[in-house]
Ligand binder design. Structure first.
Ligand code: FAD
Length: 423
């Protein structure tokens, strides 16, 4: 009898990467996406960084302080809405539990390992299929405006070099030599760190390329198909009910990002994942003579600025506001200000009102690590909770999951990402 295809729910980075990894192992897949196109939610206009160098969870004491000090303030990089506090209670406790130095460092190490494995697979896929997604292989440049933070980050990069991360610390002059447009703010820069193996690109274009590959390999993708419910029988997956039909299924992968828990309502468990809203602003730079060349992170303001083809994307901010879809002018102003703080002359020559504004909901787990693998229910698997690192970790997570589903040996340890891990 012909085996039913594996059903993958969600057509963002994780769902597409999972479909591709399973097809490569000879499985049949059917991916279901509620929108009219893949990658229209959180994978659409993210900062575009594939950055193992940035694979730190957000549980550090300084991030926690940023979150607390952002309570009620619409113009801070991190915003926590007071009315959201009750819904964040248990997640918040786990989040705090993972902020101890030992847990934070161990979670960082595991994320860094997965990120590097993932980046290798992304590079290989690009080369094998000649993918076009405005990619850059120049690395990521992190800049610092505070000497002590620069020293601390250099030490952390040194520590992560044990995990294979390569980096070079740069003085002010070397930093500006690498990105001459930083010359306007050179007197504010304490130093920089270049991570030469990091990459960047347009995640949406990458997803569209991946979609093409999946279809060519015989994978099926049904858009405009919302999964309403998964039916279980004696703790086993039985079928998937969409807004059109019921599909018999024995294996299902949940890669529905921040919405994953909606499909677990009829089970006795859920995942410790909450939506964390972030904004990006994409500006057309085709009329400028001088444009930034390096993907850049300004550590002092938690913001990424990424050149993508003939445009420049500014992304950042984190809001703990549930699925609130309001757009606050103060958040947009914050992104404008950020760009101005880093590239004042670029800002002066751009029509900022013409920028495309976007927001997405990062699926953030309480310990910052994705959930990858089997659940308590036979045949039900998950690949979600990648937070601010969803593209960086996508290909590696899918590779891990596909091997786990087929009981094959995984290339890196899977334990840190298991659904059953303790917090
Ligand atoms: C401002 C911002 C900047 C970021 N920058 C970076 C970065 O530089 N580098 C990086 O690595 N990561 C970055 N991220 C994070 C990254 O974008 C996310 O982690 C990633 O997109 C999550 O992918 P996903 O597939 O899990 O979720 P999504 O892309 O949200 O996909 C989930 C899909 O599931 C579908 N779905 C949900 N429920 C159902 C259902 N019931 N039936 C059918 N379909 C369903 C949704 O429609 C959606 O298409 C950023 C995020 C934000 C917000």
């Amino acid at each position: 009898m012909k085996e039913n295809p594996i059903i993958i729910i969600g057509g963002g980075l994780q769902g597409l990467a999972t479909a591709n990894a399973l097809l490569d192992r000879g499985e049949q897949v059917l991916l279901l996406e509620r929108n009219s196109e893949v990658a229209k939610e959180t994978s659409f206009a993210n900062a575009g960084m594939l950055a193992p160098s940035h694979a730190h969870p957000w549980n550090s004491m300084s991030d926690i302080w940023n979150i607390i000090s952002g309570i009620g303030k619409k113009d801070s990089p991190m915003l926590l809405k007071v009315t959201e506090l009750p819904s964040l209670f248990f997640w918040g406790l786990r989040f705090l539990r993972n902020s101890s130095k030992a847990k934070y460092l161990s979670n960082t190490d595991n994320l860094c390992k997965l990120a590097q494995h993932s980046l290798d697979l992304t590079k290989k896929l690009r080369e094998d299929y000649d993918l076009k997604y405005d990619h850059s292989s120049l690395g990521t440049l992190k800049i610092f405006r505070d000497e002590s933070k620069f020293e601390k980050a250099s030490k952390e990069a040194e520590r992560l070099s044990d995990q294979g991360l390569t980096f070079k610390s740069l003085g002010r002059e070397e930093t500006v030599n690498l990105e001459p447009l930083l010359g306007d703010i050179s007197n504010q820069i304490s130093g920089g760190i270049i991570f030469p193996n990091d990459e960047a690109g347009d995640a949406y274009k990458f997803c569209k390329e991946l979609e093409k590959i999946i279809r060519e390999k015989g994978g099926r993708i049904h858009v405009n198909t919302e999964v309403k419910r998964i039916h279980f029988n004696k703790k086993k997956v039985n079928s998937v009910v969409t807004d059109r039909v019921e599909i018999k299924a024995s294996r299902v992968v949940l890669s529905s990002g921040s919405w994953t828990n909606n499909l677990l309502k009829n089970t006795k468990f859920n995942l410790s994942v909450k939506p964390v809203k972030g904004y990006s602003l994409t500006l057309d730079t085709s009329m400028l003579n001088d444009v930034p060349r390096m993907p850049l992170i300004d550590e002092s303001i938690h913001t990424a600025i990424t050149p993508l083809g003939y445009s420049l994307r500014v992304a950042g901010t984190a809001e703990f506001v549930g699925f609130n879809e309001e757009i606050h002018q103060k958040r947009i102003d914050y992104l404008y200000r950020t760009l101005e703080n880093v590239y004042p002359s670029i800002c002066a020559n751009l029509d900022l009102d013409q920028g495309s504004l976007w927001y997405g909901f990062r699926p953030m787990s309480a310990d910052g690590k994705p959930y990858i693998g089997a659940t308590k229910i036979e045949g039900l698997f998950v690949n979600t909770g990648h937070g601010h690192l969803g593209w960086t970790l996508a290909m590696g997570s899918a590779d891990l999951l596909a091997d786990m589903m087929l009981n094959k040996e995984t290339k890196i340890g899977s334990e840190p990402f298991l659904v059953s891990r303790s917090f």
